[in-house]
Design a protein around this ligand. Sequence first.
Ligand SMILES: Cc1ncc(C[n+]2csc(CCOP(=O)(O)OP(=O)(O)O)c2C)c(N)n1
Length: 689
Amino acid sequence: MNKEILKQGFSNLCTAKSMAELYEENFKLVSKYVHATSRGHETIQTALGLQLLPQDYVFPYYRDDAMLLAVGMKPYDLMLQLLAKKDDPFSGGRTYYSHPSLKDDDKPKIPHQSSATGMQAIPATGVAMGMQYLEKQNLDNPNVIQSESEESLQNPITVCSLGDASVTEGEIAEAFQMAALKQMPILYLVQDNGWDISANEAETRAQNAFEYAQGFHGLDAITIDGANFIESYEALQEVIETIRKERRPFLVHAKVPLLNHHTSGVRMEWYRDDLEEARSRDPYPVLKQQLLDNGFSEKDIEAIEASAREKVESDFKQALEAEDPTPEDLFTHDFVPTPITEEVGVRSPEGAEKVVMVDCALFAIEELMRKHKECLLYGQDVGGRLGGVFREAATLAQKFGDDRVFNTPIQEAFIVGSTVGMSAVGLKPIVEVQFADYIWPGLNQLFTEVSRSCYLSNGKWPVSMILRVPIGAYGSGGPYHSSSVESVVTNIRGIKIAYPSNGADLKGLMKAAYYDPNPVVILEHKGLYWSKVPGTKGATSIEPAEDYVLPFGKAWLLQEIWKQEEVETATIVSYGMGVHWAMNATKGLRDQVEVIDLRTLHPLDEDTIMKSVKKTGKCLVVTEEPSNNSFALALAGKIQEECFQYLDAPVMTIGSENMPAIPLNSTLEQTMIPSTEKVRAKLEALLNY
Ligand SMILES: Cc1ncc(C[n+]2csc(CCOP(=O)(O)OP(=O)(O)O)c2C)c(N)n1
């Protein structure tokens, strides 16, 4: 083996090992924040890190500090995160040790890493899917510097690093399935130390990752001794070369011993019964012997060790002196500023046709796809054969091809989480879950990965995506095709949420969402799609022109009144279907009631709401959700707090009954959800209060 690589490998192992030792020696000082080290896993991590190129994407996990050193990070960089310092290059002190995110020109790209085990598999597979799309469409990745050097002309790969116990998680199967099915250029590296935390392999799995991979046809797998540097390096070299050339997925299962604590907080002496055996597989003496066998002297080896230790000690001293974040640092990078801040373009072009709401979304996407090759659409049944169960994507696959508009398996986690990876290679995915009732399997990815990526990477990796969610009850959809979920979604910080009430707004908001660099969820009431529900003709609009955009955070005061002294007045605040109930319920009361359509639930146009309520003195918040503990109730509380001195009655809410599901039977459904009549009755009670 090349002596320079051996030397680099050993030096990297010694650096990582010295760091683990130094952290142990300074336990009191460094254990303020939790950390895990690679001790025992160093050689496989080093062997991989040394072979990655700047155009590659890698998703290390929390035990991969030796991998991070091998891709070019300094001990100082990692220690800044260990101590949660302001200049921590990954997150500015926001997230734990060895939870990297990096966008340096000269290093492999590292999107945000959450701390939820295994959850990086779907975002990583999303990167590989994005790489494949870029290649097919002949597009450049804007996050990678293009050059003519021999190295940079090599095809990029994606690497997803995983602990063995995480491979038993369900989302891993979604990732493997898609990588195998679509033959994506990804390497899954599984570091198998035989332990979960204190649960061992015998208790937690029926087979190891190598055996498991056999069930995914098209996912090639090998198993190696990850504690042997030369074996690891050479095996990975061959696999990486194959992926660069043949563009297909691999799994490398590497056996390693865990020689340090699970984390600084969960100590090995509490439960490990295999330490002696594990220590007999320490990669350190193995690599040392490999150096001796390749012509290095004891003295050479000692010099490498001493210099690693010295560097680690001096970097530690320096890191201890580094600045902490200030309180103001809490408030940056929740979102990247969007360029869409004003309503522009023609909303109601002369001579344009009236179209139903579902078509407004369809036409918006068609215009976007025609203009931007980065735009693609995927989800269940959206492909050419059907064009979506609501025909909301009809004809798009025929117009733009199966690479840009395609069906996914029933994998909501993959649909949502893969957008993290697609966005990280510069694409703009529009994805769908089929019904709001089925957002739950995707919610984990939305919360854990999508919503936090920008904030925890200190602004480096915002996730630019749109998630379309058909929502709401009508026509006996029953308990699993009717639910409202906005209270759960609005509770996730770091995403924007639209809930339009009509087609023109939907088209304008869809455009704004596309140009927004942040993640956006669009809740689309299926009862409004074709205005089939009596009283919802207002959802059908003249189709806005192609240039029309409607910024987020600007509510629509669609029924305005003068301040009145002689009669009681009120404001109704609502969104989606509630806007139609409100408008119908105010017939004959048009001089007394203002109606505000929120259009977006985050950002929320508080200004418009508060101004109106201060003028009218009374407020009713209308929602389709069961009202207890809802977004609507929280909003009512906020209005109460801000407008208290102006109010002539308590702020009221009306929503569905507080039952667990919307029943199938039409009488039960009608009893469950609000209606024009129910809103009218509540409004009268408020006006007469
Ligand atoms: C989804 C999730 N559940 C539980 C945890 C708590 N947890 C942290 S590490 C860990 C064990 C992971 O073992 P493995 O994947 O084999 O990696 P290792 O730590 O052994 O390297 C668990 C259960 C977590 N971080 N995420």
